[in-house]
Design a binder for this molecule. Sequence first.
Ligand SMILES: C[S@@+](CC[C@H](N)C(=O)[O-])C[C@H]1O[C@@H](n2cnc3c(N)ncnc32)[C@H](O)[C@@H]1O
Length: 224
Amino acid sequence: MNKKTSGYYRDEFNKMAWIYDPAVSLIGAIFGGEKRIRRKILRLADIKVGDKVLDIGCGTGTSALIIARDVGDKGEVVGIDLSEKMLDIAKRKIDRSGFHNVTFLKANAEDITYHDSYFDKITAFAVLHEMNHEGRINTLREIYRLLKLEGKALIADYDLPEKIGGILLTGLLLRMFEGETARDMIERGIDSEIKEAGVNLRIVKKESILCGAGQVLLMEKQGA
Ligand SMILES: C[S@@+](CC[C@H](N)C(=O)[O-])C[C@H]1O[C@@H](n2cnc3c(N)ncnc32)[C@H](O)[C@@H]1O
């Protein structure tokens, strides 16, 4: 493929891979448990036995392995990420879980080497805000290209908070963990970036999470 990519990547994840799972588990515990939150979000995608699912920016593979159980032996899960250290942890989890239907690959979300319309579902949890504007636009176009017609994409990421709880939480998370790209994504809005990408991904559901600091968008691929 080798399309032009934005050339941007924040390599923090190779440095912090070792502490990523405990840190996310701790933050998740404050909001009722990490796995419970992930399952609740994933339910929106209505993943079925036999589905082919791509998890973009899979990190340490926690969501991909939940999905692997849902799609069963007849399904397929592919997790891609640019951080080798995050992927090392994800691969070790496959060994422990015994799933044979999941693969973790090093790849850039802006240029994924699968053929058009390969996947039934695509998920991206807390990933888009790690990319610059050009990277997000390229990734949204890849999501569209890789989905089957009427296939679903589930994006969970920051939102522009309106209530005080969400404003405080977003402020804290941005200050502690994020770079400029997260602020830029919040200001532009994912829905307006979908329009700018020129892809026909129709938002069929939007849910607010983490006191409004986050959003879950379920989108369906419609004909061009
Ligand atoms: C905050 S972590 C989220 C990991 C995982 N989705 C989760 O829910 O725990 C963001 C991940 O996105 C990956 N990432 C960022 N930009 C990427 C890109 N252009 N292509 C692939 N992965 C990317 C990072 O390496 C990192 O592992």
